[in-house]
Design a binder for this molecule. Structure first.
Ligand SMILES: [Zn+2]
Length: 327
């Protein structure tokens, strides 16, 4: 019997448009079930009945809910990352669908054409989708008997005045596999500032559950040795000429991730890189989610929080020194 996992079918764009296009009530239902999975319930009076109020604005038509008893009004996107979004429900859902349904990524220019909205709006939409992916990533640790870990560099190799690659950042990649060097399961990616044992230990502990029964394959980077009290570390230098070396899968996946970031998204800055790294981690770990992806998005939306463009820029700016590698 073949061990090959059959990839579940992706969400069908045809079925998506059959359900949601020209059907604002279906779009309302999506966000309503996200906000109230057990049906509408008023915070103030526990009433389950509501009026749906349609508001036709200059740029979009929006819907708000009003409790039939106490008349408290609710916006369906309030309290989520898409609070005060400029898109109407269908365009927002379609944008989310197109962004999450891709295995590799989708450029803002392409999404702009598909949604027929301006570039700035799409940039913000994509950034917020990446925030949703980051929220989901941070929820789970990997648990396996077999791990592979390595450090790679990402970012443009443009030279600064000192002739050094100024945009490159170091990323720690940790992969869990179902068997040693076989059948990749999940990946975790973390931007790191240095390769010291302390830094690698802290970051790996945030990625996976370590145990003395489990094995960690690495490539001779001294810092990984610090973990040998918690896990069996095989940290010998690897001969990359060998066909099936110990980090074959991690290296292959990292190669694909680098191609996705540089091939689809041009000129990602150092400041934005943490979000793009998180996006790739999410996409890899959800490669078998298939047509359940839209329900996954709903779960991420439930635990999201409002954030403005200004706040995103501020957070990325203040965290930049933390992620900058001394080259
Ligand atoms: Zn009420």
């Amino acid at each position: 019997m073949s061990n090959k996992i059959l990839k579940p079918k992706k969400c069908s764009l045809y079925q998506f448009s059959q359900t949601y296009a020209n059907n604002p009530m279906k779009c309302v239902e999506f966000f309503l079930s996200m906000k109230w999975p057990d049906g509408f319930s008023c915070d103030c009076c526990n009433c389950h009945d509501y009026y749906l109020i349609k508001r036709v604005g200059k740029t979009k038509t929006s819907y708000i809910m009003e409790c039939k008893k106490c008349h408290k009004q609710y916006s369906l996107l309030a309290g989520t990352v898409f609070e005060s979004c400029k898109l109407d429900f269908y365009k927002l859902l379609l944008g989310i669908f197109l962004f999450f349904n891709e295995n590799k990524g989708i450029s803002a220019i392409d999404l702009c054409s598909y949604l027929d909205v301006n570039y700035k709006t799409v940039l913000l939409l994509e950034t917020k989708c990446r925030i949703l992916m980051s929220i989901s990533n941070s929820r789970q640790l990997m648990e396996s008997q077999f791990y592979e870990a390595d450090i790679f560099h990402i970012g443009s190799k443009s030279m600064n005045k000192a002739g050094r690659a100024s945009e490159q950042q170091s990323v720690l990649g940790v992969l869990s596999t179902a068997q040693e060097n076989k059948y990749p399961s999940y990946i975790k990616l973390r931007l790191i500032k240095d390769y010291t044992g302390k830094s690698l230990k802290t970051n790996i502990e945030k990625c996976c559950i370590l145990s003395k029964k489990a094995k960690l394959n690495t490539d001779g980077e001294k810092g990984f040795n610090i973990l040998d009290k918690q896990i069996q570390v095989n940290n010998e230098k690897i001969n990359y000429e060998e066909k099936d070396h110990r980090l074959y899968w991690l290296n292959t996946i990292i190669g694909n991730i680098k191609n996705n970031i540089t091939g689809i998204y041009h000129g990602v800055t150092k400041r934005e890189m943490p979000l793009f790294i998180n996006e790739q981690e999410y996409r890899f770990n959800h490669r078998y989610t298939g047509n359940q992806i839209i329900n996954k998005v709903k779960e991420c939306l439930q635990s999201s929080f409002p954030i403005s463009h200004r706040q995103i820029v501020y957070i990325l700016n203040i965290s930049l020194p933390y992620f900058s590698t001394a080259c």
